[in-house]
Design a binder for this molecule. Sequence first.
Ligand SMILES: [Zn+2]
Length: 152
Amino acid sequence: MNKDNPYIKNIPGVCTVCGKIAYFDQYGNGICKNCGWEMERDEEQMGKMQGISYPMLVPVWRAREQYKQGKPFKATFEDFINGLYFYSEMEFKHKGTIYIVFFKNRKIIFCCEAFQQEYEGREDFKDKANIDGKLLKDIWDTEIDDPGYLFD
Ligand SMILES: [Zn+2]
């Protein structure tokens, strides 16, 4: 098939999260106009094996639960850390400020314009990463917005 074909995302199918009609390309990828989920051919497998999805981050099984509960798709702290180990560069917002998490010399760097923190690994980051002393794990559900992969 021609890569420049403008009708590339025109294969009708069903959204894997909300079940409404959605359109796919020849690789099985597509975006649902109803719930906003971006479908990816390997999402079931990735959700099971790695606990995440790409490019959405939230694993598809959790996305279904969130959709049913009328909640927006939002990655848990655990999803976010899984995403970090998969993609290496992540971001989220806290009260309008952007924070970035990435690997450098095998350490996890957590930073914003005001500070930089370093962690030895998954557990260290999970237990101690904080904003002004407030642990990320404690404020994740209530104060952290738009956790996801760092895209250009
Ligand atoms: Zn949908």
